[in-house]
Write a protein that binds this ligand. Structure first.
Ligand SMILES: Cc1cc2nc3c(=O)[nH]c(=O)nc-3n(C[C@H](O)[C@H](O)[C@H](O)COP(=O)(O)OP(=O)(O)OC[C@H]3O[C@@H](n4cnc5c(N)ncnc54)[C@H](O)[C@@H]3O)c2cc1C
Length: 260
């Protein structure tokens, strides 16, 4: 089974910088770490590849400083590492991101399976997996927590708000992985020692034959108009008096604020 695993490099908490003009993240100036949820996606991909005699192609759309994240993925079991990187991708919303990943999938494919994490810890939309499936005209199954491979299809268990769902899904397919799906393995010492010899293939917008109008800020129907840290206004009122006076004041505050 040939598997593409989408890994999102996210800014390390505390290292995030915002461009004051475009209101976008300055990803190239932030220290990047692997989106924690993508560790489960990678483990699911490597486990499936081992069970089916397949290969895992780890793909990130990110600035050049994300190469280390892909080398980390190699230590965790990925076979091929691809960084899709170009100035033209800057400012991409989920639609432009998923389009770019879809172009990369077409270029690097065909794949039997594309695996994403369930959500990123920075954008947090959980849209990229299903959108990627839509661009590729493939079915998608989200929140997968169990996978059993068969010839041409997978038996899947996915979590729901109130229980779980079991289904059979024909390949090729896009899935997003729950964090309860597995316990990610530690990095392999053998692979860590080989990291210097491993190639991270870098693909530009031209390499993946992407249409310029669908990329980055230009290809993003949603754009950030402002970003700001919420101001905390600590206000308190000490209510004193008899039990009757306190409850009357409390009642009037609740009414004033429309809470009752
Ligand atoms: C309205 C809006 C406007 C935005 N505008 C900007 C902007 O101007 N500039 C900016 O920098 N960001 C912007 N973002 C954030 C940007 O959209 C996200 O970084 C990106 O589209 C991925 O979305 P997400 O983080 O919600 O991923 P999710 O959909 O939560 O991610 C799910 C999974 O998809 C995969 N995935 C997601 N992104 C990647 C990736 N890049 N490479 C590989 N795999 C990936 C991973 O497996 C991940 O676990 C914006 C987001 C929104 C909602």
């Amino acid at each position: 089974m040939r598997i593409m695993c989408c890994l999102k490099p996210v800014p390390k908490p505390g290292s995030v910088k915002i461009d004051p003009e475009t209101h976008t993240l300055k990803r190239e100036e932030s220290e990047l770490v692997l989106n924690p949820y993508d560790r489960y996606a990678l483990e699911a991909a490597v486990d499936l590849a081992e069970k089916t005699g397949g290969r895992v192609v780890a793909v990130s759309m990110a600035p050049p400083n994300a190469k280390n994240i892909l080398l980390e993925a190699f230590a965790f079991g990925a076979d091929e590492l691809v960084l899709v990187s170009d100035r033209a991708f800057a400012g991409a919303d989920t639609l432009a991101t998923s389009y770019t990943l879809a172009c990369a999938a077409k270029k690097l494919g065909p794949f039997d399976l594309i695996i994403c994490g369930k959500v990123s810890v920075d954008g947090e939309t959980a849209q990229v997996g299903p959108e990627l499936a839509a661009w590729l005209n493939l079915p998608s199954v989200t929140w997968v927590k169990e996978i059993t491979p068969h010839e041409g299809y997978l038996d899947l268990v996915r979590t729901r708000e109130f229980g779980e769902e079991r289904l059979k899904a024909r390949l090729p397919l896009v899935i997003t992985i729950e964090n309860e799906a597995n316990i990610p393995r530690p990095p392999s010492i053998k692979r860590l020692l080989k990291q210097d010899e491993v190639e991270v293939k870098v693909l530009s917008a031209k390499d993946i034959e992407a249409q310029e109008d669908y990329l980055g800020l230009k290809g993003s129907p949603t754009q950030v108009v402002d970003t700001f840290a919420p101001e905390y206004q600590g206000k308190r009122e000490l209510i004193s008096g008899s039990a009757e006076e306190v409850s009357e004041r409390l009642l009037s505050i609740l009414k004033e604020r429309g809470l009752i």
